[in-house]
Design a protein around this ligand. Structure first.
Ligand code: HEM
Length: 499
């Protein structure tokens, strides 16, 4: 019925009725929310009395969100939020962030139980806003069943042939970047590492080599990374909104690329995208019966691999350069190993997979850098049913975070955990004591590439330059997704032989 056609008195009467109904609805909704909050906090406070982990849940709904955000915005980095509470409450504690209960555990046994997940009681869990930014089809956000199928499909991309060709490209980019340092004298290691890793990963994934396109893409990827820790307010000036806009641009670019490849444009390029599309061209499942990825899954996972691979590796390289400078004895040992590497065919030749497996001490330097830097500080999961961890009750629906950093600094697992001692890895590590790449079915897919990138950078740097860190400040960059030095680690480089 059209309101405009009614006599005025009737329409006034109907409007008044509408307002009354809306009023009653609003009052009803508000009282429901208030009652829910009250009953939740009453229920929780009754539950917390028996057997649940210690911790301060603070205010209803908000919990300790403000303290969490303050830590993200501090020079000590977001991990400080966890560190302080672990010191106060011990190996297992509980908090409330963004309206959800989070438990942090830091024992190798708990790590095994949660990450290996033999019991099927845990699933990967990121807060909703992260799924919106990175994409709900991303491997990082997928449910257990969906994850298994996608992981099988993506795992095929990381063959030794593709790692070998990646090593070749990464070495070429690193060598040419390091040559350009000679004229500059002072460089910011983080910026250089971000550029090289981004270039190499984009070539491997989508064969993008155009400098302008890469710059645009890299800008958008950093907006996406910044939005992952932001409050999910979709207002035009917020980090979250800017991240969503950047995600949209990246998805559009990837969508265009997929269409071009289907139309036969640039379809000869050997990259992960071609591999995923070629498999997709088959009319039925592949030999192993794994379902094919949809366009949305391909796009979300290409973005995931850029984010998971670039920032992490560049930050790890930066910390490694800083730690080596602070530990000259280690530097001299690794330099001796690298300079003595069997000469390759010609000076212009590039490193191979075999060369990298012939670097025992450098590999330990890489591992020790990853332990101390703890790039992924905790590994997030969610309890699918009630269970027990560290002797405490964990309730279904709670977020359970394995505190990898704490485990990697546990003095019962590592002597002098604060010292940079690559030789500590001469023997086997204790199970679940080294979690830089996670463990279990969600172990990092790119770990071989990450280690290769760190080894190549290390080799090129120590065989080409001597360097001095010119600002030793170790403050963490605010709002960074992974811990990295705020100053990016500025160094003064001198070619070997000129010093
Ligand atoms: C130093 C560099 C890196 C570090 C420290 C690192 C660390 C990690 C960690 C700890 C996880 C497991 C997270 C969890 O269990 O919750 C993970 C997962 C993942 N990483 Fe890496 N990563 C690095 C480099 C890379 C690279 C180079 C790629 C690919 C190009 C990559 C791709 C992935 C993917 C796709 C996953 C999700 C795996 C899954 O959920 O099945 N990472 N990474």
């Amino acid at each position: 019925m059209n309101l405009m056609m009614l006599p005025r008195a009737n329409s006034d009467f109907i409007c008044s009725c509408c307002y009354a109904v809306i009023y009653v609805l609003v009052v009803w909704l508000i009282s429901r929310v208030v009652l829910k909050v009250l009953s939740q906090s009453r229920g929780e406070s009754m539950k917390t009395t028996v057997g649940v982990p210690p911790g301060n849940r603070s205010l209803p709904l908000i919990g300790e969100t403000i303290q969490f955000i303050a830590a993200i915005n501090s020079r000590d980095g977001v991990y400080d939020f966890v560190r302080v509470r672990r010191l106060r409450y011990g190996n297992c504690f509980k908090t409330n962030i963004f309206g959800q209960t989070h438990v942090f555990v830091s024992g190798p046994e708990s790590a095994k139980m949660v990450l290996n997940n033999d019991s099927g009681k845990f699933t990967k869990r990121y807060i909703n806003s992260i799924a919106q930014i990175i994409g709900d089809q991303s491997l990082l956000c997928a449910s257990r069943h969906q994850h298994k199928l996608m992981r099988t499909r993506l795992n095929g991309l990381f063959s030794s042939a593709s790692v070998s060709s990646f090593i070749r490209d990464f070495d070429e980019f690193t060598a040419s970047t390091l040559r350009s340092w000679e004229q500059r004298g002072i460089v910011i290691v983080l910026d250089e590492a971000l550029k090289i890793t981004f270039k190499a990963i984009c070539k491997m994934l989508i064969s993008e080599e155009n400098e302008d396109e890469l710059e645009r893409l890299q800008r958008d990827v950093s907006h996406v990374c910044e939005a992952m820790l932001a409050l999910p307010f979709k207002l035009p000036w917020t980090r979250f909104y800017k991240g969503l806009q950047a995600r949209k641009r990246i998805m559009d670019t990837l969508g265009k690329m997929i269409n071009e490849r289907r139309r036969g444009i640039k379809d000869h390029q050997e990259d992960f995208l071609k591999h995923l599309l070629t498999q997709e061209d088959k009319t039925c499942d592949d030999d192993h019966g794994t379902p094919l990825l949809t366009d949305d899954q391909i796009k979300d996972n290409i973005l995931t691999m850029i984010i998971a691979g670039q920032d992490t590796t560049a930050s790890a390289i930066t910390w490694m350069v800083k730690y080596l400078h602070e530990n000259q004895e280690v530097l001299n040992t690794v330099k001796a190993e690298q300079i003595l590497l069997p000469k390759r065919n010609s000076p212009a030749s590039y490193l191979t997979l075999e060369d990298l497996s012939d670097m025992p001490y450098a590999s330990k330097v890489v591992k020790e850098s990853l332990r101390i830097a703890s790039i992924v500080t905790w590994l997030p999961r969610m309890a699918l049913e009630d269970c027990q961890l560290e002797g405490y009750k964990i309730r279904k629906g709670w977020n359970v975070n394995v505190d990898a950093r704490s485990i990697q600094f546990d003095p019962t697992l590592y002597n002098d955990p604060d010292k940079f001692l690559p030789a500590r890895f001469d023997g086997e590590s204790k199970p679940y004591s080294f979690l830089a790449f996670g463990a279990g079915p969600r172990t990092c897919l790119g770990l071989n590439m990450a280690k290769a990138m760190m080894l190549i950078f290390l080799h090129r740097l120590v065989t080409t330059y001597e360097w001095k860190v010119i600002d030793p400040d170790s403050s963490i960059e605010k709002w960074a997704l992974f811990p990295r030095p705020k100053n990016g680690c500025p160094v003064h480089v001198t070619p070997i032989g000129n010093s």
